[in-house]
Design a protein around this ligand. Sequence first.
Ligand code: NAP
Length: 414
Amino acid sequence: MAYKMITPPEGGEKITIVDGKLRFPDNPIIPVIEGDGIGRDIMKASRRVFDAAVEKAYSGKRKIVWFDVFAGEAANEKYGEWLPQDTIDAIRDHIVAIKGPLTTPVGGGFRSLNVTLRQVLDLYACVRPVKWYKGVPSPVKHPEKMNIIIYRENTEDVYAGIEYRSGTDEANKVRQFLVDTMGAKIRELSGIGIKPISAFGSKRLVAKGIQHAIDNNLKSVTLMHKGNIMKFTEGAFKDWGYEVAKEKFGDVTITEDELWDKYNGKLPDGKILIKDRIADSMFQQILTRTDEYEMVCTPNLNGDFISDAAAAQVGGLGMAAGANIGDFIALFEATHGTAPKYADKDVINPSSVILSGVMMLQYLKWNEAADIIENAVSTTIQKKTVTYDLERQMDGATKVGTSQYATNIINNMK
Ligand code: NAP
């Protein structure tokens, strides 16, 4: 692949796909987008943590070879555009990448760079594991009960960007069609948004979620939807979810009806329970029956909401890891924004990117390095040497900056 303004680093190899499976070399080249604002602080600190953990786990036998690629403000300076083709090509070509947060420039017609990356690379699953690390301050009594992974559909739903502004020709035409041809009742001067949810998009997302549940010995997968109201989009998502569970994973999945009819309510060993819950009740359930949920598969908008609500129970955005994953390509990312008021001040919590890096190492199957980081983050927080966001909620904690916090994590690696 010829790039215009970037050159892959020496000393690394590409991750490849062989016979439909990912093949990871010991020295993978991994593109990294530093990101805007606090991205500069957190990515620098996080890279030190990743390198130290890999060195500790494999004593030089394995090493990540970082490939700096550009998006956001840095890309605009270098290329005069916010998301250069070089960057998209580099991620596609190297399969696994990591990014900091990106500013969405304000101005007509500009789509979020994050949404664009997800769509052009067809990263259809937004994966957000949410769990509590001992010592992290929380607004709930039992944060330790939270340990779920959310698979949010990432390409459809009201996020597809099909919207017509009130009063425009387009909005009038769509309204006219719906009123005249379909008999719909829509007030004049309505803004109109379209919510496409397909069998293809729903089934591949739920299949990916169930596969994750199988690979990680989870006992249940919950389809979260608002199908009682939006029958042909959210309700269809639920139906397609059950369908794909039966079609592709019929030997390991059972429904709640089968659980009671055949097994008297006791889940047999080796089976995964597929259940569904209405979206609004799910917000109660994660508070009142937190440990009954392990994996949630859901359309785009529900997923956006439930991810942040769940993260709030275990320490908030500074601690929330995430990834956008397609059939093979995976882009790991901090889930928060660029928090410009803290940029370049070395104060912000880098844990979101660090824990996204843990997910990345797990994706590479470098679980030893991933475990080292998770344990070191947990130790550092229990020792109460933390960044301002955690310090202000903890008794007797010592406030440290971004780089010192990363150094403490490295010093706490075992
Ligand atoms: P934000 O950057 O997430 O910051 C909002 C607040 O969240 C911060 O002021 C801070 O709260 C807290 N916070 C965020 N990151 C934190 C961290 N690492 N550690 C501790 N606290 C953290 O949201 P925003 O101000 O609404 O958005 C700013 C820009 O980011 C916008 O241009 C937006 O488009 C962009 N954005 C990008 C992404 C992405 O790239 N994935 C996602 C969301 C937003 P306190 O001040 O209370 O401490």
